[in-house]
Design a protein around this ligand. Sequence first.
Ligand code: NAD
Ligand code: WQD
Length: 342
Amino acid sequence: MKKILVTGGLGYIGSHTAVELLQKEFEVIIIDNLSNSTINVLEGITNITKKPPTFERLDLREKAQVEDFFLRNKDISGIIHFAASKAVGESVENPLLYYENNVNTLIYLLQECKAHSIPNFIFSSSCTVYGEPDSLPITENAPIKAAMSPYGNTKQISEEIIADLCAVHPEMNAIALRYFNPIGAHHSAEIGELPLGVPQNLVPFITQTAAGIRKELSVFGNDYPTPDGSCVRDYIHVVDLAKAHVIALQRLLSGKNESNLEIFNVGTGRGSSVMEVVHAFEKVTKQKLNYKFVGRRPGDVVSVYADTQKANDVLGWKAEKSMEDALSSSWKWEKKIRNIES
Ligand code: NAD
Ligand code: WQD
């Protein structure tokens, strides 16, 4: 069994990916500092898979500890690097935290890949690297625009660091996956998204509103040049996204990659407006959601959704789950963590 290091593996996307890996032929070792997750997630992963992953609480900013970890774990075949800070607004308030946590940690990990000849590396990138697209759907060849936040900049810089390394180390193989908007939870409701404080993202705000934790959803803008005036995004079920990582990893492990750095959009290819998400949630849960229209949120792009042809044809991956699947799983998860009876 190949041993895979999943950094940030107790977080939202990492935990779902750990499940998919454990359900295939992989052994999983998770590193997480619990800065945006809880140790209970480990139990959720184990309940689903009946195979406990190895867990090490470690802060990837601690270079000496990272070095020590790799000295103790010489049999790692690949790394999926999720650990990062991801709140766009917080990155504007505290840019150094973001550059340290997102860029330094990447460098430390890549240094260990070099030192211990670990050739396979998968990186969590983001559609945020595209900024406001010139045309839709957006392909991987679309120009990278000036980042709209320090967070977005860390993803652009990270991709450049990986590209520079791969250019001079042909033995290194990397895939950067540019995620669109992950939503949903595992159908078992054993794991899901756990936002700290007031959610910044749409779906957790919706489910918390339906659960009575928030009074109403503020819909940021109804005067955009879109069919219903609200912003359009590509919402992808987190389990579909997790599966893309397993397929990307298998591609690297079997040497099927066409170059030593490949980049794929991971989305559904469908754009949905904020109001379409609200109405789909109401339909799935058979209840009205309290919402009001407010002004635009600074920094929001109008419309972005993926061209997924490269991921479909080259990676051999396609999103399978619907928006309704995703929203009902998010709602099931929210009810479980709030002890709400069905
Ligand atoms: P998350 O916050 O749920 O998970 C990240 C995990 O990494 C957390 O468990 C956190 O405790 C851990 N972590 C953070 N810093 C660490 C450090 N220094 N050392 C060890 N562990 C650390 O986030 P997520 O939504 O699962 O996102 C995973 C990755 O995907 C991130 O790189 C994020 O930028 C990227 N991404 C997320 C989205 C999204 O909308 N969720 C979209 C595009 C890209
Ligand atoms: C979605 C839509 C909001 C909350 C962010 C990051 C991006 C990526 C994914 C990591 C927008 C609207 C939201 C609310 C609303 N993350 N909205 N009321 O902004 O597309 O992307 O997460 O890489 O980098 O920027 O996602 O979920 O915040 O917003 O009306 O209370 O919902 O305006 O149109 P976003 P989001």
